[in-house]
Design a protein. Sequence first.
Length: 157
Amino acid sequence: MRIFGSLAKRLLSIAKRLLSIAKNLLSRQEGSASVEFVLLALPLFIPIFIFLGQFSTVSSNETVLQTLARESLRSYIESSNGEAGEALIRQVIEIGGKNLGLSQEEIRAIDVEMRCSKNPCHQTNGRVRITLTMDSSVNHGRTVQAAAQQYFSPWSN
């Protein structure tokens, strides 16, 4: 919120400067059309740029979560048992999230949910589904979720 507060202060000072320039130019009637355009159009573009920045962050986090869900599920399937697989999932999220540009706060905000078609999970022809959810507190008030699903090989032991 501090970023938006300082951004608002900067925008207000810029608007004041533009207004004083506009008053000087309007009194001379030279370049009044361009000044009117700047005064009317600029305030309309600022919210669009703010929205696009937030949308970009949310979209980026969604793509990162999709990648982490697929990779963590692959590590679980290739692990020797359920306990080792769950430890590998956490490692993939920690290391992969860092490599993909997530902050430590964002990585800690990721919740993992697993569902297995068989119990214990590591069984031939078993299906595993993993869902990663990033809490809305670190993502501009939006919850981001990604899921992946995979089967254990029928030829595995």
